[in-house]
Design a binder for this molecule. Structure first.
Ligand code: ATP
Ligand code: MG
Length: 411
């Protein structure tokens, strides 16, 4: 679990701002749901035989003896909130959320126990058009952030029925090579064999490489759906790779699944992952509402931006750092600073006293455009910190002067 210090938070806010803008362009609206849910919500949605539910959840009993869990992901909570608030009743929904998630993973680069996701979920739309929209939306966000070189992998998981055929073919194959499987995979062979394909154990690479491929088992409708996703993405100029081994780490997916990865992140390469989950709303007690969504890993995205993004907007620069010649000018300085803030200017008022010289040194280090020197009797002096030019003026003239000379685009 990490502390995010102000310098890093500037980058985070830049990403959040861009995401909010892009999501808004596509008509998505923010939803906020709790950080804690009943444990059974996650067990029922994510799947019992998954990494998350088997070993990663922060679960605890509250004072009534009820088992609660810190949210390990956003989709389950979003669906629960949508059902409880009637959001899915006869309407489509385009939603996004952002915030911390919790998973008790082995600590390693790119994997944290509190991490942050920005997620998007779309409900009530069964066709490939919305799958395509979500992928285009992510591609646009990368462009806006100045991220290049991300790779898009696509696959279709078909329907649960068509997957049953694949499942048994996979069980046959894995049983044949069971002596090569690790403990986790052996257990999953009977409970959840597709999970074996998602294993991160390098010694299983060979077994996974040679496994039967899912696309051969797809039902007709899923094939048509997937073909439409592919042709429309190609038409829109989005490059992708069909990866028949992409299965995703959560159980609720069907049909389209996708993942954006970077080769600059080391072993934990995925920055964004998602897919269709048509059965989940009904499974959690709602109507039969088709759904599709994805989540972006903020830590990994920010790490990438550090490596090759366009420098995100720093926090807005202070217009002025205000200092006082002596304590008798304090009230007058506070009043002037308030007036200027009332005109939307950013003014840091030096507090804590000290010599004029040391106050001006702080002004220099503050990154502000200018220092304003207030004394009790005399006119106000404004010193441009880049050039050292100092101008005296009446207090009533300071606002206009700052607006003219301290713009972020000008000097
Ligand atoms: P993996 O297969 O890498 O474990 P996952 O299937 O568990 O990934 P999702 O639950 O789909 O991943 O999460 C979506 C995104 O959230 C990931 O692509 C990644 O960017 C990010 N993410 C997931 N877990 C973590 C973590 N522990 N720390 C940081 N980011 C994470
Ligand atoms: Mg995981």
């Amino acid at each position: 679990m990490n502390d995010l210090l102000p310098e890093t938070v500037d980058t985070w806010q830049g990403v959040e701002r861009s995401a909010r803008e892009v999501f808004g362009q596509y008509g998505y609206r923010e939803i906020r749901f709790p950080l804690v849910e009943k444990t059974e919500l996650y067990a029922r949605s994510i799947g019992e035989a998954t990494d998350i539910v088997e070993k990663e959840m922060y679960s605890f009993q509250d004072r009534n003896g009820e088992s609660l869990t810190l949210r390990p992901e956003g989709t389950a909570g979003c669906v629960r909130a949508g059902i409880e608030n009637g959001l899915f009743y006869n309407q489509v929904q385009r939603l996004w959320y952002a915030g911390p998630m919790f998973r008790h993973e082995r600590p390693q680069k790119g994997r944290y126990r509190q991490f942050h996701q920005i997620g998007v979920e779309a409900y009530g739309m069964p066709g490939p058009d919305i799958d395509i929209e979500l992928i285009l939306l992510t591609a646009r966000l990368w462009r806006v952030l100045g991220l290049k070189g991300l790779r898009l992998d696509l696959n279709s998981l078909g329907t649960p029925e068509s997957r049953a055929g694949y499942r048994s073919a996979l069980i046959d194959y894995l049983s044949m090579r069971r002596h090569e499987l690790d403990e986790d995979s052996l257990r999953r062979l009977s409970t959840n064999p597709l999970r074996v394909l998602d294993s991160k154990n390098p010694s299983l690479r060979d077994v996974i490489e040679q496994a039967p491929e899912l696309p051969a088992f797809l039902d007709e409708e899923s094939r048509t759906h997937f073909a439409a996703v592919q042709s429309c993405l190609a038409d829109a100029g989005v490059k992708f790779v069909v990866n028949p081994r992409l299965v995703r780490g959560l159980d609720y997916y069907n049909r389209t699944v996708f993942e954006w990865t970077s080769d600059r992140l080391g072993a934990q390469a995925a920055v964004c992952a998602g897919g269709r989950y048509d059965g989940l709303v009904q499974q959690l007690g709602g109507d039969d509402v088709p759904a599709v969504g994805f989540a972006i890993g903020m830590e990994r995205l920010v790490e990438l931006l550090r490596v090759d993004g366009e420098a995100a907007d720093a926090h807005p620069r202070l217009h002025a750092y205000m200092v006082t010649a002596d304590p008798s000018a304090t009230c007058s300085a506070i009043r002037l600073a308030e007036e200027l803030r009332g005109r939307s200017l950013r003014v840091l008022l030096h507090c804590g006293g000290g010599s004029l010289k040391s106050q001006l040194r702080r002004a220099d280090r503050s990154g502000a455009h200018c220092a304003i020197l207030v004394s009790k009797e005399m006119p106000v002096a404004v010193k441009m910190l880049a050039t050292g030019t100092q101008t005296e003026m009446e207090r009533s003239a300071v606002g206009d002067y700052l607006q003219l000379h301290c713009s972020d685009h000008g000097s």
